[in-house]
Design a protein around this ligand. Structure first.
Ligand code: CTP
Ligand code: MG
Length: 397
């Protein structure tokens, strides 16, 4: 009977080459902190029994935020992260030591900074690992590779057919790699940049198997930019939705507009907080998704929505976009009323809408106009809002 397969995900680095203030594994790639899809790929794989993250102790709150809800993919599979060390090698060792008591048969060691690996690569690593005991994914080199001397003069042209670029997940019999790590640490060698090199040093034969060209290690800021462009290119199902809402004035001392409380000589009637701007935005987003309308999801007849803050309606609509792995490209709302004056509150509304939707301020517009004293808005009987949303979804035909 085959033993348990474990994974160690190293995420304790500082990401110095990428810059950006936050360690790179917690920066967004394709709309999610990079470590999240990496962990999710291993957690979701049926052959993996445990996924041990290794993080820098200084990053505990980044880790918590980036992985919130991930346990749903397998609570028992995701033990708390353990602290890493000053080098990648030390971090891997910490992960292996944390797994030792579980006595896995095989371990896959993977960089958090490689979020694009597929299920198929994990499966291949396990199959080859079981057969060979030590193996690493690799891809052929397309360019001719030169070795240069200190003066940038070519010293040698290498035989391209014999060269490979290696990636992770690197796979090993657990006992073999743990023993090799302990030996290296015992003699004070701490600078192996991958586990294959450490296994070779310990005298083991390490095989290569087919890696994936998309399985790049996000290293520089340019890598982030490239990843973002690829992500946007994949969200090619671009949709536009519109929304419209009206609420009538009644007695009161304030109105809620765009999530902002504005003191006024009148209030607005409605089953929730009657925020016409947010309601129009919700319908615009649901319209882009072809996913019903606000009344269908939050029936006015349902007493639980009486007086409710409309924030949650907007948050719900945005969650429907995320659930389909899409993004909101922009939100635009126009408010029509004679009073209150909207412009002093415009930026507060934009900030509030952006915060609820979880999108940048630069993607939210709030505009206002009167209707030149014409019609019901002109007579001060109520407020109208019209909204547009652009939503990008993965192409599904
Ligand atoms: N890593 C680690 N512990 C370290 C150093 C690196 O766990 N002391 C992890 C990184 O978090 C990353 C992987 O090893 O997932 C590969 O390392 P690298 O791409 O070099 O990441 P960083 O060391 O964070 O980046 P940089 O070298 O640019 O500072
Ligand atoms: Mg590094």
């Amino acid at each position: 009977m085959a033993g348990m397969v474990a994974a160690v995900i190293v995420a304790a680095g500082r990401g110095e080459r990428a810059g950006g203030g936050v360690p790179k594994q917690y920066r967004d790639v394709a709309g999610e902190p990079m470590i999240r899809p990496t962990l999710a790929a291993f957690l979701a794989h049926p052959a993996i029994g445990v996924v041990q993250p290794v993080i820098n102790s200084a990053d505990a709150s980044f880790y918590r935020a980036a992985t919130a809800g991930l346990e749903e993919l397998g609570l028992a599979k995701l033990p708390p992260p353990v602290p890493g060390g000053a080098t990648r090698q030390a971090s891997v060792r910490a992960g292996l030591e944390a797994l030792a008591a579980r006595a896995p048969e095989l371990v896959l060691i993977h960089d958090a900074a490689r979020p694009f690996l597929t299920d198929a690569l994990i499966s291949r690593a396990i199959t080859v690992g079981e057969a060979k005991g030590a193996a690493v994914p690799a891809i052929a080199v397309a360019d001719t590779v030169k070795r240069v001397d200190a003066d940038d003069l070519i010293a040698e042209t290498l035989d391209r057919d014999r060269l490979r670029m290696v990636q992770t997940p690197q796979v090993f019999a657990f006992d073999l790699i743990l023993a090799a790590h302990r030996r290296a640490a015992a003699v004070g060698i701490e600078n192996f940049t991958d586990d294959a090199a450490l296994a070779e040093w310990a005298g083991h034969r390490v095989s290569v198997f087919e890696g994936e060209t998309a399985n790049v290690k996000v290293t520089t800021n340019e890598d982030f930019v490239r990843a973002e462009i690829l992500h946007l290119a994949a969200l090619s199902d671009v949709r536009i939705g519109n929304g419209f809402d009206v609420h009538a004035f009644a007695d009161g001392d304030h109105v809620m507009l765009g999530g902002v409380r504005i003191p006024h000589s009148r209030g607005l009637t409605g089953h929730s907080d009657a925020d016409v701007a947010l309601h129009a935005l919700v319908d615009a987003i649901l319209g882009a998704l072809a996913d019903g309308d606000i009344g269908q999801h939050f029936p006015p007849s349902d007493p639980q929505w009486k007086g409710a803050a409309s924030d949650r309606f907007l948050a719900f609509a945005c969650e429907r976009v995320r659930a389909r792995r899409g993004m909101i490209a922009n939100l635009d709302v126009t408010i029509v009323c004679e009073a209150p004056r909207v412009s002093p509150h415009r930026d507060a509304m934009r900030a509030r809408i952006a915060a609820i939707a979880g999108i940048p301020l630069s993607r939210v517009a709030v505009k206002a106009t009167t209707s030149e004293q014409l019609g019901f808005t002109g007579r001060g009987e109520g407020i109208v809002a019209m909204a547009t949303a652009t939503v990008r979804l993965p192409w599904s035909g």
